[in-house]
Design a protein. Structure first.
Length: 438
C-alpha cells in the first residue's frame, strides 16, 4: 500500500463529504449576512447535496473517459475557486450558485479519487485497510462538518465556511500532483451518453430536493411531488440504459451482483445513520438546549468511534468476509439506534448511541464499498459513482422518512424505524449467498 497516495485521496473524500454539512450550522448567519428570508434556509442546506448526489455517476464516467487523475485535479481546482465566490457572496443567489458548483465539483472528484485509491493498493488486506481509511474519513466528515462549520462561523463569520476551502483545495491539488503519479491504464473512448447523464441528474435532483421538503408539513405535498417526479424520470433513465448503444452506466455494471449489493448496503448505511444523527442534533439543541458547537462536540463521539472502528475493521475484514462484515456493521448501527430509543434522548444516551452506530458504520461502509467495487477493472469507475450515489440517496430519503416518523409519532419512534431498517438489512447480509469475487 502507498500511504502517501491513500492519505491524499482520503483527504479529498473528507473535504467533499464535509461540504454537505459544514454550512448547516452557519445558515442563520448566512441568511442574515445576505439579507435573505427564512425560506432560503432549505435551499442553502440542500443545494450542495443535491448536485453532489446527482452528478456522481457522470463524474465517474468523465474519469473513465479523460483520465481519473486529470478529472480529479479539475474537480479540486473548481471546488477551491468557487469557494472564493461563496465567501464573497452579497446575495442568496450567489450563495446558491456557489453551493451548486461546489457540489458538482465534489461529485466529479470523489469517484476518481476512489478509483485512484483502489488502483494504488493490492487486493486483500491492503485493499481492506485503504477502504477502511476511506470509509472512516467519509463517515467522520459528515458528523464533523456541523462542529467545524459552527466553530468557523462563531470565530470568523459565515464567509469563513467558504473561504477555508480555497487553501485546503490548493494543498490537495499540489498533493495530487506530487503524490498520485500513476493511474489506471486505458480510457473509455466511446461516445459520452449525454442524454443518459441528463436523465440521471433529472431523476436524482428532485428526489434529494423533495426528500428535504417532506420533513415540513407545509411543504410536504411539493416534496412528495418532486420525489414522484424523480421516480418517473428514473424509469426513463432505466429505459435509456437498456436501449443506448453506449449507456452512461454499462450494462455489465447493472448485471453485477456485487454492485447491486454494495449500492443497497450504502443506501441503508447512510439512511440509518444520517437520519439518527439529525434527530440527535435536533434533540440536543431544541430539547436539551445545547448550542450548535456543544451539539457538534457531542456528535464527535460518532466520528471518533468511526476512526476506531475502521482501524479494527481493516484488520478483521479478511477473516469475516464481506457479507458477515456488512451484517456485523449493520447490526451495530441497529444497536446504536436502540440505545437512542432506550435512553430517551438524554445527553449521555445520545453520545453512547451515536458512538455505537459509528463503530457499526465503520464496518458496514468498508463492506459496502468493497463489495460494490469488486467488479472488473473497466467497471470500477462506474461502480464508484453508483455506490456513492446510493449513499447520497440514502442520506436524503432516510433522513426524510425518519424525521417524518419522528414528527408524527415522536423522536424515539424515528430512531426505532432506523434500528429496524438496519437490523433487517443485517439479517439479509447474514442469510444471503456469499458475495462473488471480481
Amino acid at each position: 500500500m502507498r500511504p502517501g497516495v491513500v492519505t491524499v485521496l482520503c483527504l479529498v473524500q473528507f473535504v467533499d463529504v464535509l461540504g454537505v454539512t459544514s454550512v448547516v450550522t452557519a445558515i442563520p448567519a448566512i441568511l442574515a449576512g445576505v439579507d435573505a428570508g427564512p425560506s432560503a434556509a432549505g435551499p442553502v442546506a440542500t443545494t450542495y447535496a443535491m448536485f453532489f448526489g446527482a452528478v456522481l455517476v457522470l463524474g465517474a464516467r468523465l474519469g473513465d473517459r479523460y483520465g481519473h487523475r486529470r478529472v480529479l485535479l479539475v474537480g479540486i481546482a473548481v471546488f477551491g475557486a468557487v469557494s472564493i465566490v461563496g465567501g464573497t457572496a452579497h446575495d442568496v443567489t450567489q450563495v446558491l450558485v456557489a453551493r451548486a458548483v461546489q457540489g458538482a465539483a465534489a461529485a466529479v472528484s470523489a469517484p476518481s479519487a476512489l478509483r485512484l485509491l483502489l488502483h494504488a493498493v493490492d487486493d486483500g488486506a491492503a485493499r481492506n485497510r485503504a477502504l477502511a481509511a476511506w470509509s472512516a474519513v467519509g463517515a467522520a466528515a459528515g458528523a464533523t462538518g456541523f462542529l467545524i462549520g459552527g466553530a468557523l462561523t462563531t470565530a470568523l463569520g459565515w464567509s469563513a465556511v467558504f473561504w477555508v476551502n480555497a487553501p485546503v483545495a490548493a494543498l490537495l491539488f499540489v498533493g495530487v500532483l506530487l503524490v498520485v503519479r500513476v493511474q489506471p491504464d486505458g480510457r473509455d473512448t466511446g461516445p459520452l451518453d449525454v442524454l443518459g447523464a441528463v436523465l440521471l441528474v433529472a431523476a436524482v435532483m428532485p428526489v434529494i430536493a423533495g426528500a428535504a421538503l417532506l420533513e415540513d408539513a407545509a411543504t410536504r405535498p411539493l416534496g412528495a411531488g418532486l420525489v414522484a417526479l424523480g421516480a418517473g424520470v428514473a424509469v426513463l433513465f432505466a429505459v435509456r440504459m437498456r436501449t443506448a448503444g453506449a449507456p452512461l452506466v454499462p450494462a455489465e455494471a447493472f448485471r453485477s451482483v456485487n454492485l447491486r449489493r454494495g449500492s443497497v448496503q450504502s443506501f441503508v448505511n447512510t439512511a440509518t445513520t444520517s437520519s439518527s444523527a439529525v434527530l440527535a442534533t435536533l434533540t440536543l439543541q431544541d430539547r436539551l438546549g445545547l448550542s450548535a458547537v456543544l451539539a457538534g462536540c457531542t456528535l464527535m463521539a460518532f466520528s471518533l468511534a468511526v476512526v476506531v472502528g475502521s482501524t479494527v475493521t481493516g484488520r478483521i475484514a479478511d477473516r469475516l468476509g464481506p457479507d458477515r462484515l456488512a451484517g456485523t456493521g449493520l447490526a451495530g448501527i441497529a444497536l446504536g439506534n436502540v440505545v437512542l430509543v432506550v435512553t430517551a434522548g438524554t445527553w449521555w444516551g445520545i453520545a453512547v448511541g451515536v458512538a455505537v452506530s459509528g463503530l457499526g458504520i465503520a464496518a458496514a461502509s468498508v463492506a459496502a464499498t468493497g463489495t460494490g467495487t469488486s467488479v472488473p477493472d473497466a467497471l470500477t469507475g462506474s461502480a464508484a459513482g453508483v455506490v456513492n450515489t446510493g449513499a447520497q440517496l440514502g442520506t436524503a430519503l432516510g433522513t426524510a422518512a425518519v424525521v417524518l416518523v419522528a414528527a408524527v409519532a415522536g423522536t424515539p419512534a424515528g430512531w426505532g424505524v432506523a434500528a429496524a431498517a438496519a437490523g433487517a438489512t443485517a439479517a439479509w447480509c447474514f442469510l444471503r449467498r456469499p458475495s462473488v469475487t471480481r
